[in-house]
Ligand binder design. Sequence first.
Ligand SMILES: C[S@@+](CC[C@H](N)C(=O)[O-])C[C@H]1O[C@@H](n2cnc3c(N)ncnc32)[C@H](O)[C@@H]1O
Length: 211
Amino acid sequence: MVSSRRRFLEAGNYNPLIDALKSMLLDQQNIDNLLDLGCSEGTFSHAFSTMVPQVYGVDISKPAIKTASKRYKSLNLAIANITCLPLHEDTFDVATVILAPFANDIVRVIRPGGLILRVSPGYNHLVELKQRIYQDPRPHKRANLKFPFLQHKVQQEVLFEMNLDKQAVGDLIAMTPMQHRTKSSLRNLANNDDQGSIRAEFWIDVFEKTG
Ligand SMILES: C[S@@+](CC[C@H](N)C(=O)[O-])C[C@H]1O[C@@H](n2cnc3c(N)ncnc32)[C@H](O)[C@@H]1O
């Protein structure tokens, strides 16, 4: 899963999302440090490190953190659980939670006035792929926007089309819950020459810590 994610992101398939996040960060003043939660193999964390002096990444997966640390030496990385972070309170200017679980402990480690940028899938994220795998594909639900001590400041949709080759479709499936479908249906899908265009849809929600 980690190597599929690395290959898929390295090919630039989610670059419009990375660019949207970077441009949101550019709009902010005085960001000295950023914590990327559920950072996996580190592509997003590395992209942020080109604009923020200190970038920290946390993931519960040992193979993911090992892969990230081999390539991105300037990142500060740890294997840890988002629900119980081994980090001091009121420490970070910004946290990013990109397609990873959200937990209240994230709020504890952000400084008052600091920001959380959360990325979640949009209603029709990867719908063309889901239609080929599931009999009754359901749209994604909008993620919860109400949390204690957080004010929801901004929401932005990021929508783009991806024209993927067989390798990229296989990697994308391996990165998602779709990988749990029967192997034979996935083999048929990956052998199909005409992969067509696949929609990527994301929400970026920005929260500010109030207390
Ligand atoms: C869908 S992946 C997203 C990875 C990365 N943010 C990206 O977009 O490329 C979700 C990541 O969250 C991590 N994760 C899941 N539950 C976690 C937890 N409780 N604590 C820390 N990381 C967790 C997984 O190991 C995985 O790397």
